[in-house]
Ligand binder design. Structure first.
Ligand SMILES: Cc1cc2nc3c(=O)[nH]c(=O)nc-3n(C[C@H](O)[C@H](O)[C@H](O)COP(=O)(O)O)c2cc1C
Length: 381
């Protein structure tokens, strides 16, 4: 047989085809059984005190067959709380609540990291009980919900330069708290217009100190947070989420040159650290921006194509087959299908998502989506 019949197999690690959605992936210290990652999904089911509830343990455990669960965005300090019903990683009661969640996921053989976030300007004192803090005193032109009513986003207070080290510390403490509560690691949330993202963008950051102005200055705070959390937990348990060009919550990134400089510079700064992963939310995974960021980061890279349409099996399989990503981050399909991995592996039909119950109270639309077997058993009886 000619050597030409056996091209170097660049698509294989440990005997598995890495373009297969159902093959394992090693991401830092995280050993994923498959490449379907549950996206961070805010569902507002925690108590008013930010304590995770029993139904959250059930909800996450039901979805433990994904390669990795990324928890809903979880506040790292009380002023950083973004939504009513959001869980926190601050108080002993919150950590005890999370321990039930992580134990339940692990009992089902799953892996779970906490998405750690600070709301920045995208919150309200009626939600957090604190004045709103951000890189600059620039309000979002829009509304959020507090106590069931719509409220305008307030003008935030610009954080002083000498306050920033304490904010870094809150990320370190809450990340350590996450691991103490049984999480397998953390995903630092630098996407979707919250505090870390706000430092990156020109429409949310007009600082004149070393944290504003040039792309190099605007990435400084995110890099400091990542480095500090890595120093605490080890790089293999730390990931980062970004959403370049997301254009949300008044954070507009419409200058491609600046976007390339900011996010490319960020990837260059993070590359030597050996992070578990970078997760990117962007509608064009095959585009030059995303693939350029991937090669500059050089480590495990996760992709989600954003909100326009829910991620489908076909899209996920195609992204893997095209070697566009190391794993696919999936949101709405995992909400509606607790056994999504099986359904996608066996090409089974899927449940429809009920949008009306996304942020509802209690178990409806949360723990009551049936598995494929549940549906078949019901139909047979
Ligand atoms: C109900 C809901 C809540 C979300 N909450 C978060 C969140 O807490 N943190 C985050 O980074 N993204 C959040 N997202 C974005 C998702 O992680 C994901 O990027 C988005 O759903 C698009 O993926 P999909 O098409 O597979 O659903 C949320 C999306 C939805 C639909």
């Amino acid at each position: 047989m000619l050597d030409g019949d056996h091209p170097p197999n660049n698509n294989s690690t440990n005997g598995f085809n890495v373009t297969d959605l159902f093959s394992p992936l090693l991401a830092g210290d995280l050993s994923l059984a498959n490449r379907i990652v549950m996206a961070p999904l805010t569902r507002s089911r925690a108590g008013a005190d930010g304590v995770p509830t029993e139904i959250m343990a059930e909800h996450y455990a039901q979805r433990a067959s994904v390669g990795l669960i990324i928890s809903e965005g979880t506040f790292q300090s009380l002023p950083g709380k973004a939504f009513d019903g959001q869980p926190g990683l601050v108080t002993p009661a919150q950590l005890a609540g999370w321990r039930k969640v992580t134990d339940a996921v692990h009992a089902e053989g799953g892996l779970i990291v906490a998405q750690v976030m600070h709301a920045g300007r995208a919150t309200h004192p009626d939600i957090s009980g604190f004045p709103v803090e951000a890189p600059s005193a620039l309000a979002i032109d829009g509304e959020t919900r507090a106590g069931g009513t719509k409220v305008a986003y307030p003008l935030p207070r610009a954080l002083e330069t000498d306050e920033l080290p304490e904010i870094v510390e809150t990320f370190v403490r809450s990340s350590q708290n996450a691991v103490d509560a049984g999480f397998d690691g953390v995903e630092l949330h630098a996407a979707n217009g919250y505090l870390l993202h706000e430092f990156l963008g020109t429409t949310s950051n007009m600082r004149t100190d070393a944290y504003g102005g040039t792309p190099e200055n605007r990435i400084r705070f995110v890099v400091e947070v990542v480095r500090a959390v890595v120093a605490q937990l080890g790089a293999g348990r730390v990931g980062l989420r970004i959403s370049p060009e997301r254009n949300i919550q008044g954070l507009i990134e419409d200058d491609p040159v600046d976007v390339e400089a900011v996010y490319g510079g960020l990837m260059d700064a993070l590359a030597p650290l050996g992070l578990a992963f970078v997760s990117v939310l962007h509608p064009e995974p095959a585009g030059a921006l995303v693939q350029g960021l991937r090669s500059r980061f050089g480590g495990p890279f996760l992709v989600n194509t954003g909100f326009a349409e829910p991620t489908t099996r076909g899209e996920a399989v195609a992204m893997m087959a095209g070697s566009l990503t190391d794993a696919v981050v999936v949101g709405r399909a995992v909400i509606a299908n607790p056994d999504l991995v099986r359904r996608w592996r066996e090409e089974l039909e899927e449940n429809e998502l009920d949008f009306s119950t996304l942020y509802a109270e209690g178990t409806v639309g949360y723990t009551d989506y049936p598995t494929y077997d549940d549906t078949k058993a019901r139909a047979a009886s």
